[in-house]
Design a binder for this molecule. Structure first.
Ligand code: HPA
Length: 267
């Protein structure tokens, strides 16, 4: 066991999380809903990110959510912080080693579709890696050639759709395009993204999806739309807007995820 996994396992004791969540910008309120919470700051877990982004707490919160055992990563490392796309690898490896095989990622994203405005939720059906980077650069084994034809698990996606239906929560679906950040996109880049088949743009999630598929985890991901993308409204974009608006869609996403977990994840 890696030392982070050993520490994590000993802190969790008998708790056996059925699913892990990675909470994006402005989505950490979800962690407040965890009861009987065991909180572990990333600083206590070797290899976990030293998160410096405002809106990201940098701790594990594990416990009961919708009556089931879960683990939430509140805060993630972003490629734009240091140019290391594999920064979340030790954290994801630790989760895998302690037996977590279901990973649900969340993020804040900009929408390319005026019919999917700020405050809505998009289930990611597929992604476009436009960063030019990959978290498996340097991985020496042939396992690096990870197939991504079914990166986003069909069963988990169906369960998320069913949870949205059951709770009457509007849910869009679409393709997420990963830009490196940290600068926002230009209007020309957004026009390009649309032509290339993207529905939303953001600065995270894709490296973690690639790593989780590399490890053999089942993956699903949802974007909370915080804005229409660059050039679509005439206004300038800001991280403050992301943090301010994320809780609106975050509340909708929380409704979906509560139902999903409470109903039990598909086997
Ligand atoms: N672009 C990139 N990342 C984002 C955006 C955006 O418009 N909104 C929230 N995260």
């Amino acid at each position: 066991m890696t030392s982070a996994a050993a520490i994590l396992a000993s802190k969790l004791g008998t708790l056996k999380p059925e699913v892990a969540f990675i909470l994006g910008s402005g989505l950490s309120p979800l962690a407040e809903e965890v009861t009987n919470a065991i909180r572990i700051p990333y600083a206590e877990l070797p290899g976990f990110p030293k998160s410096g982004v405002s809106g990201h707490a940098g701790e594990i919160v594990a416990g009961d959510f919708a009556g089931r055992p879960v683990l939430m990563l509140s805060g993630r490392a972003h490629y734009y912080e240091h140019g290391n796309a594999a920064a979340m690898r030790p954290a994801l490896e630790a989760l895998f080693v302690i037996g977590i095989t279901n990973l649900i990622l969340t993020n804040a994203a900009g929408s390319l579709n005026p019919d999917m405005p700020a405050g809505t939720v998009m289930l990611i059906s597929d992604h476009i890696n436009f960063s030019g980077s990959n978290p498996l650069f340097g991985e020496p084994t042939d396992r690096r050639f990870v197939g991504l034809t079914q990166a986003y698990d069909a069963g988990l996606r169906r369960a998320i759709e069913a949870a949205a239906d059951a709770t009457g929560t509007p849910l869009h679906q679409g393709v997420y395009m990963w830009f490196s950040g940290p600068s926002f996109e230009t209007p020309a880049e957004i026009r390009m993204a649309r032509v290339m088949g993207a529905d939303a743009v953001g600065m995270s999630t894709v490296p973690e999806v690639i790593l989780a598929r590399f490890l053999g985890m089942r993956v699903a991901a949802c974007s909370v739309i915080t804005n229409l993308a660059a050039g679509m409204t005439g206004g300038e974009l800001s991280h403050q807007e992301t943090k301010d608006i994320a809780p609106v869609g975050g509340a909708r996403l929380a409704t979906i995820l509560r139902h999903l977990v409470g109903a039990g994840l598909p086997a």
